[in-house]
Design a protein around this ligand. Structure first.
Ligand code: GLA
Length: 617
């Protein structure tokens, strides 16, 4: 894998510390090739899988497309109409994929060839976008997990190999250049489930593929090989679409540490196994994405999977649960992909998925994923900084009994002596906050979702939790070998250690803390807007701070405070050393408290932007 230019420059700068530098970088360090311009906000649309699985056809999808328009959903953002598993008929001898024309009749060209072009053009003519599905391996998920469901690929073993493995360039040209798709969901069962020992493989139904993903066992999986496959496909997709690039949705279910590196190649990536129409799987999937605020931003989104609103525990008889599901996806800037039968939608469900205030929180242009402020038993609080200076606050009751709860305005960096207004986006009412705290009375499974407008108590200081979208985790550093679904590990977090415990300062949880795995490297886009970087080390050991590739400061770990001038710096990098067993923190973890940036003086900043403006032609 090629190393990025920035990392090469860093190592050169660090003559004396080059060993440290090399150790801090490592194999996953590579140039970013995802295109941030596509999916500038989380993708929104519809996918048939949760409602119909493989039992889907063109008329059903086009009917849904019509409904998206007629019901006003397209207008408020639900534009990607995606196909999931079940469209591929077979791969021909020349490698070309053939479409199942019994379910997609418009694909029949009459000359022995099939093409999705007419179907895609129909969607485009409706002002919608079109998405397709494939797999990074040789075979798809439904071929393995839904083998008895309809619409499976047919023919010989080779003809049934409809995944992209070995055909990345050819398939990318077909999907994007020839057929014109705007989005692809690229699944991973082909590199996970077709081991020589699998029943269907032993029976000769499929060719064996030595698994790169061992489910629930990230340390035993071959993340580097998986990363290379997705990187190669991402490049093939870009080469096939020189002008408007497709959205790449990486669907490897949070396995093989995919959520740590997928943002370099894709625009969204699944962080967990498939959602089901149950409250428990909805929360599980939310919990897999919620701690990963530092990985998301415009063009790159954590994906806890498609919405189940309209199905099972979130159907028209469970509107509280449906509202909570929607609130949770919105506060963490998750993609909003509907996946229920819109022809059976009720007005109440449409009011939920079509609530413009909730969608505005999800789609906020700053692209900040909400961060977890606290968890107190079944009550969880998240806050999302919005582009206009307001913040979204979600107070969630995950439990079965009613609860009341209060969030102090000071926890939101708001001046409690100045007026603060709350807009309740589900109740459609605004009110003034009094008593210095936001009060919530929550029934079982209920969420209070507010948009809060007030005055910041310290307007010159910006904490990372107020701009997580500006952070990129460039290298993940140390990973414990026993990580996995039961022991998740998030290499860079705010307020919590990578292992999930609270970061503690003076005996209390510190939500202003930045905790990273040893050896991690993060970059913060300062864009010349700040004058000082500030942090309080906590037995954290050394830290190197680079501004635009130049070493600004080398902390040896004995400082009481780190306070570094960053005037005019556009990109700040924090490089933590690899693990060692000394220090007060758990092995492999580094924590800095009060991590903040002090804004450039208003007059200087505006002076600079004025002069920049005059330089423009
Ligand atoms: C996997 C994916 C699902 C769906 C199915 C299709 O399970 O995670 O979202 O695409 O495959 O077979």
């Amino acid at each position: 894998m090629t190393k990025g230019l920035v990392s090469a420059a860093l190592c050169a700068t660090l003559a004396a510390g080059s060993l440290f530098c090399e150790a801090a970088l490592g194999a996953s360090e590579s140039a970013n090739i995802a295109d941030p311009a596509v999916a500038a906000t989380p993708p929104m649309g519809w996918n048939p899988w949760n409602a119909f699985r493989t039992d889907v056809d063109e008329s059903r999808i086009l009917e849904t497309a019509r409904l998206l328009k007629e019901l006003g959903l397209a207008k408020i953002g639900y534009r990607y109409v995606n196909i999931d598993d079940g469209w591929a008929f077979r791969r021909e001898a020349d490698g070309r994929l053939r479409i199942r024309t019994s379910t997609f009749p418009s694909a029949e060209l009459g000359n022995g060839q099939t093409s999705f072009r007419p179907y895609v053009e129909k969607l485009h003519a409706m002002g919608l976008k079109a998405g397709i599905y494939s797999d990074i391996g040789r075979n798809t998920c439904a071929q393995f997990w839904d083998a008895n469901e309809p619409n499976q690929p047919v023919g010989s073993r080779l003809q049934r190999e409809v995944g992209t493995y070995g055909f990345q360039k050819q398939d990318a040209l077909l999907f994007f250049t020839e057929w014109g798709f705007d989005y692809i969901k690229l699944d991973a069962c082909g590199v996970a489930d077709y081991a020589a020992s699998a029943d269907l493989v032993k029976k000769g139904r499929f060719r064996a593929f030595m698994p790169l993903i061992l489910r629930d066992r990230p340390a035993a999986s071959d993340a580097a090989a998986l990363e290379k496959l997705y990187a190669d496909f991402s490049r093939a997709a870009q080469a096939a679409t020189p002008s408007s690039r497709p959205i790449l949705a990486i669907c490897a279910w949070g396995e093989a540490d995919v959520a740590d590196w997928a943002g370099r190649y894709g625009n969204l990536w699944r962080t967990s196994p498939d959602i089901d129409k149950t409250w428990a799987t909805m929360l599980r999937n939310f919990d897999s994405a919620a701690p990963r605020a530092l990985f998301a931003g415009p063009g790159r989104w954590n994906d806890p999977d498609m919405l189940e609103i309209g199905n099972g525990d979130f159907d028209a008889t469970h509107l509280t649960e449906a509202r909570t599901h929607m609130s949770l996806w919105a506060i963490i800037a998750a993609p909003l992909i509907l996946s229920y039968d819109l022809s059976r939608s009720t007005k109440e469900l449409l009011d939920i998925v079509g609530n413009p205030d909730v969608i505005a929180i999800d789609q906020d242009p700053a692209g900040n994923q909400g961060v977890i402020l606290s968890r107190d038993g079944d009550i969880q609080v998240l806050v999302k900084q919005l582009a206009d200076g307001s913040q979204a606050l979600a107070i969630v009751n995950r439990g079965e009994t009613s609860r009341s709860y209060a969030v102090p305005l000071t926890d939101l960096h708001l001046d409690a002596t100045a007026p603060v207004t709350a807009h309740d986006v589900w109740q459609h009412r605004s009110y003034a906050i009094s008593g210095g705290q936001v009060q919530a009375q929550l029934g079982p499974h209920e969420t209070l979702l507010l948009r809060l407008t007030g005055t910041l108590d310290n307007p010159d200081t910006v904490y990372l939790s107020q701009m997580p979208a500006r952070v990129r985790v460039l290298a993940s550093g140390f990973r414990p070998t026993d990580r996995g679904p039961e022991r998740p590990w998030v290499p860079a977090r705010l307020g919590y250690l990578p292992s999930g415990e609270s970061a503690i300062r003076n005996g209390r949880p510190d939500r202003k803390a930045l905790a990273v795995a040893a050896g991690a490297r993060i970059e913060i886009a300062l864009n010349g807007e700040f004058k000082r970087f500030h942090a309080v080390p906590d037995g954290a050991g050394p830290l190197q701070i680079f501004g635009d590739g130049r070493l600004l400061f080398r902390a040896d770990g004995t400082e009481r405070i780190i306070d570094v001038p960053v005037i005019n710096v556009r990109r700040l990098q924090l490089v933590s050393p690899p693990a060692n067993r000394s220090g007060s923190l758990p092995y492999g973890v580094r924590v800095w408290h009060e991590v903040s940036l002090i804004k450039q003086d208003a007059d200087l900043a505006s002076g600079r932007s004025r002069s920049a403006a005059t330089r423009r032609p």
